[in-house]
Write a protein that binds this ligand. Structure first.
Ligand SMILES: Cc1cc2nc3c(=O)[nH]c(=O)nc-3n(C[C@H](O)[C@H](O)[C@H](O)COP(=O)(O)OP(=O)(O)OC[C@H]3O[C@@H](n4cnc5c(N)ncnc54)[C@H](O)[C@@H]3O)c2cc1C
Ligand SMILES: NC(=O)c1ccc[n+]([C@@H]2O[C@H](COP(=O)([O-])OP(=O)(O)OC[C@H]3O[C@@H](n4cnc5c(N)ncnc54)[C@H](O)[C@@H]3O)[C@@H](O)[C@H]2O)c1
Length: 466
């Protein structure tokens, strides 16, 4: 290290996603530096959870129009004003929030200094801010997130591909789109673009879409998706070729000789944590594979250096990054009273069509773990609100332990499942038994929550107590 550090801070935070939320008023007496190489506010705000769900809402609206004749309402989708959809999301909502967040930190927090460069460690708690300034700190929080992973076959083909970072801002909708990957991002964007009129092809290596979801729901989802998208599963890509003068188009050949093509390629094959780009070896911060190694309190292997969120967590979910940020906020201020992360029951939801939400073990995981399980799958179509919706796909699958009467897994596919699952998350977190949950409260009739009530009542216990 030849350059001399220009400033010393009490705390440096790398990354302004959940890292920015860490700096609340309880840090007002500390000097804080925030390093951000990209858009202020991180992935969730700028290119992740929030804008995607705003696009999903537009797609859901288009899908409702498509299905309206089922209810005796004839309507047609007369047009999709893509530039207006993009503008609603970014010009009216996201970009102003990001810039006002940055303005707040830069101009209204006397104790905070913002460095807008790519930060790298050059020594223990010594950081090159990427802006020409070297700084040191008593404590460092690494909250540097993750980035899209791009398979070699895509880079070799030199296709001008999109990722979730830029596909929401394209100038116009392509006629057709190939989506490589079959996980969260692939299934959310396949819904968005297909509902808005793009011919979508989804390519996955496994035999179902959303392979980590409970097998029964993943199979139902895949079967249903196949009616709306061209779904190519269980095959390796053998060749990928860029097409068109701008190399935006793509042609793909599979190992069985079949092919597919599109005017655009969206790569959605997972996200690589950014720890590899931080010079961690100079700082004594160890990694486990791609993730920064942290203990249950968020401490890395280097004294005074902490990490949270996608850079150190296998979950890559905003509610997990936010939870870890709250725990670290406490731990930084209370070194003698450290709190552990709680990762016991991490739920998730995929905002595709139909929506899917999940908490706890899949049936296969529960059986493998040795539970004496009772399982019930309750269809949306067999409860009153499901009749109102003419639902033929949705279901609530519950898995409980006969020995304790407690749920070990809950999986819902269908309208509002990301909200419905909250009842079950709560029951599992607070260890409410199935009989208590089913019968010690009223269930509003005829709300969709009756699908959960009926699933609970369908679980088979030796002494049911219902
Ligand atoms: C398309 C998409 C949709 C998603 N939808 C959901 C959802 O619906 N629900 C959900 O729970 N999760 C969702 N996620 C995941 C969620 O966005 C992430 O888990 C969460 O944002 C991670 O927060 P973080 O603070 O760890 O990292 P980030 O928010 O990624 O913040 C890291 C920040 O660090 C900056 N940075 C990185 N390296 C450096 C460096 N060396 N120097 C300076 N700055 C640096 C980055 O520019 C970034 O701003 C989605 C993700 C994507 C991509
Ligand atoms: N609603 C949400 O909570 C939400 C939405 C979007 C993203 N996210 C988060 O972001 C993460 C990243 O999303 P994602 O969809 O990119 O990841 P993912 O892990 O959900 O899915 C990636 C898929 O790509 C496949 N894949 C990997 N390498 C491949 C290759 N070389 N060729 C073909 N397929 C390949 C994987 O088998 C997997 O099915 C998610 O895991 C999730 O944690 C969450």
């Amino acid at each position: 290290m030849t350059q001399t550090p220009s400033r010393h801070f009490d705390l440096v935070v790398i990354g302004t996603g959940s890292g920015n939320s860490l700096i609340d008023e309880s840090f007002a007496d500390l000097s804080v530096a925030i390093c951000e190489k990209g858009a202020f506010g991180g992935t969730c705000l700028n290119v992740g959870c929030i804008p995607t769900k705003m696009f999903v809402y537009a797609a859901d609206t288009a899908t409702a129009i498509e299905h309206s004749s089922t209810y005796g309402i004839d309507s047609t989708l007369d047009g999709v004003r893509w530039p207006d959809i993009v503008s609603r999301v970014f010009d009216r909502r996201i970009d102003p929030i990001a810039s006002s967040g940055e303005d707040y930190r830069r101009n209204r927090c006397d104790n905070v200094t913002v460095y807008d460069g790519h930060a790298t460690f050059v020594g223990p708690r010594t950081i090159d801010t990427g802006t020409g300034e070297l700084i040191t700190a008593d404590s460092v929080v690494i909250a540097a997130g993750a980035r899209p992973s791009i398979p070699q076959i895509v880079t070799d083909a030199d296709v001008a591909y999109y990722t979730s970072d830029d596909v929401m801002r394209i100038a116009e909708l392509p006629r057709s789109m190939v989506i490589q990957g079959s996980g969260f991002i692939a299934c959310e964007f396949a819904h968005v673009f297909s509902a808005l009129g793009v011919d979508v092809t989804v390519i996955g290596r496994s035999d179902v879409l959303l392979k980590n979801v409970d097998r029964e729901l993943a199979a139902r989802f895949t079967e249903n998706a196949g009616r709306r998208w061209d779904v190519r599963l269980g095959q390796q890509i053998t060749t990928m070729t860029a097409t068109g003068a701008d190399r935006r188009g793509v042609e793909v050949t599979f190992e069985d000789g079949s092919t597919c093509s599109g005017d655009a390629l969206l790569v959605a094959t997972g996200r690589t944590p950014n720890g590899d780009l931080l010079g961690l070896d100079t700082a004594g911060v160890a990694m486990d594979g791609e993730l920064i190694r942290v203990d249950e309190y968020g401490r890395t292997t280097a004294a005074g250096v902490w990490a949270l969120g996608d850079v150190s967590s296998p979950y890559q979910l905003k509610h997990v990054a936010n939870h870890e940020q709250r725990v670290l906020g406490h731990n930084l201020r209370h070194p003698d009273d450290l709190q552990p992360f709680n990762h016991r029951l991490v739920p998730y939801a995929v905002f595709t069509w139909p929506q899917i939400a999940s908490v706890g073990l899949t049936e296969a995981e529960a059986r493998e773990a040795g539970y004496d399980v009772t399982v019930k799958v309750q269809d949306y179509g067999d409860v009153a609100y499901g009749w109102a919706m003419e639902d033929s796909v949705g279901c609530c699958k519950l898995i409980a332990d006969r020995a304790t009467g407690l749920l070990v897994g809950a999986h819902i596919m269908g309208a509002h499942s990301p909200s419905l699952i909250q009842i079950l998350i709560q029951a599992m977190e607070f260890e409410i038994t199935v009989p208590e949950l089913a019968r010690r409260q009223y269930w509003i009739h005829p709300a969709m929550a009756e699908v959960v009530e009926n699933a609970l009542l369908g679980l088979d216990f030796p002494d049911r107590g219902f």
